[in-house]
Design a protein around this ligand. Sequence first.
Ligand code: AR6
Length: 177
Amino acid sequence: MEKRVNEVQIECVKGDIANQTDMSTVVNAANAALKSGGGVAGALHRAAGPELAEAGKPMAPIQPGQAVITQAFALPNDYVIHCLGPVYGVDKPESSLLRQCYQNAIRLAEENKIKNIAFPSISTGAFGYPLEEAAKIAVEEVVKQTKHLRSLEKIRFVLFSEKDEEIFKKTFSRIIS
Ligand code: AR6
């Protein structure tokens, strides 16, 4: 599913964030230490190699809502933008922290003149954020940011399961008519 909003292409696809061969930048649902982990962080660090954690070391620890950028090493991309999402029920207010992740990732992409970026669904795995709520925030924030973009031409949401993809697509259709 894809739509153009303010000249920016927004897509929702089912896939693996570590295998986005046509995108210059992928976003990591990181941990504060910027190390490997489960889910998205595990997939990206495994595919990137140990240099990814080495590159993160001087910037760690990061705070919920924050984003930092590194090279992508052995991944098929140029950059990884690492976002620390809120742990649902712990880091509050969750909704504004999650919103900040998308805002800060897009700001870094613009500062680095990045043309396209792929996001996973931040915080909805190990961090327990309910997918419907998180999808609404993610899509709303990305749509809002399209008004200010100079560099980004394409923003992709990469969902891991069919159910997650379905929820994102429904949210997407509601928000972008
Ligand atoms: N590609 C795309 N999406 C994925 C992939 C993948 N390869 N693997 C999982 N997902 P999570 P969080 C989905 O847990 O909730 C880590 O251990 C998954 O189904 O990766 O922000 C870190 O080290 C879910 O919907 O990120 C942190 O400690 C979404 O991506 C912590 O988990 C996010 O799941 C971060 O937790």
